[in-house]
Design a protein around this ligand. Structure first.
Ligand SMILES: [Zn+2]
Length: 266
């Protein structure tokens, strides 16, 4: 079998994007990994996506096939990405809608819809996600803390800890690595609290401004509004390509609660 059949994933909501990383099959050009969700498919991972094609919360269609080298459930690659990477606009695009003024805009979940979706998806705990071999899980933490750990990883250790999908380039440039410590709300058989490394791209973009300053890196806590009562948090966790029982925090969602209540017209 040389050709794998392609098919369309439609009405997919973009929940998160991994850090850009170089892809061998693309001569070192950078692609990102997307986490998508739909009612029909649940969570789906799609790789590699060029920068700027789609954005968080947009509703997209994408033509995919099963990858040859990724056994995780619901993992797909974009159809013909090897040859069409410079223009994938026929394979992946955001749906459009027309506003009341007649403008054509990208279709995107509105803020109350975002919160409603996350609330609805965050019914499981970490152990339920892991023990069911789920590739992604969404968790509403009962407690949440940011930890910085000294980066002691050798490049050898990194190959076992870092997934190609979430590779943070030149991780050795960072003196600290960000972790979230959290407890699930609900039945979880795993030892509490959990501790998982954040692999969200924006986190490293922030730390990069002053990577050796613990004080600067600790401001991530403020950026994420951790420990602030008027903020809702949800964790999107995803597993490692090889070590499938190991999970990272792909994204930390946060919403200010009072804004939500007044947010009828956005
Ligand atoms: Zn738990």
């Amino acid at each position: 079998m040389t050709e794998t059949e392609s098919f369309w994933l439609k009405d997919m909501i973009v929940l998160g994007q991994g850090a850009p990383n170089q892809t061998r099959k693309l001569d070192g050009r950078q692609g990102r990994c997307l986490c998508l969700w739909s009612d029909k498919t649940g969570f789906v991972r799609v790789f590699p996506v060029p920068f700027g094609y789609v954005h968080d919360w947009e509703i997209i269609n994408v033509e995919v096939r099963k990858p040859n080298d990724d056994g995780r459930e619901n993992s797909f690659v974009i159809c013909n990405y090897e040859t069409e990477f410079s223009n994938l606009s026929k394979r992946i695009y955001t749906q459009k809608e027309v506003t009341s003024k007649g403008n054509k805009i990208n279709k995107k979940l509105k803020r109350p819809e975002q919160i409603a979706l996350l609330e609805n998806l965050s019914k499981s705990t970490f152990s339920q996600t892991r023990d069911n071999s789920k590739s992604f899980g969404l968790i509403k933490p009962k407690t949440l803390m940011l930890l910085l750990k000294q980066n002691k990883e050798t490049s050898e250790a990194q190959t076992t800890l870092i997934d190609q999908d979430y590779d943070i380039m030149n991780q050795n440039d960072f003196a600290f690595l960000p972790y979230l410590q959290y407890e699930c709300d609900g039945p979880c058989s795993s030892k509490h609290p959990h501790e998982q490394k954040i692999v969200e791209w924006g986190t490293y973009q922030w730390m990069r401004q002053n990577p050796n300053s613990q004080e600067h890196c600790m401001k991530l806590k403020d950026n994420y509004h951790i420990g602030e009562e008027n903020y809702l948090h949800y964790l999107l966790i995803g597993n490692h390509k090889v070590h499938i029982k190991t999970y990272f925090v792909v994204k930390l969602f946060r919403f200010k609660i009072e804004e939500e209540q007044n947010d009828y017209c956005v």
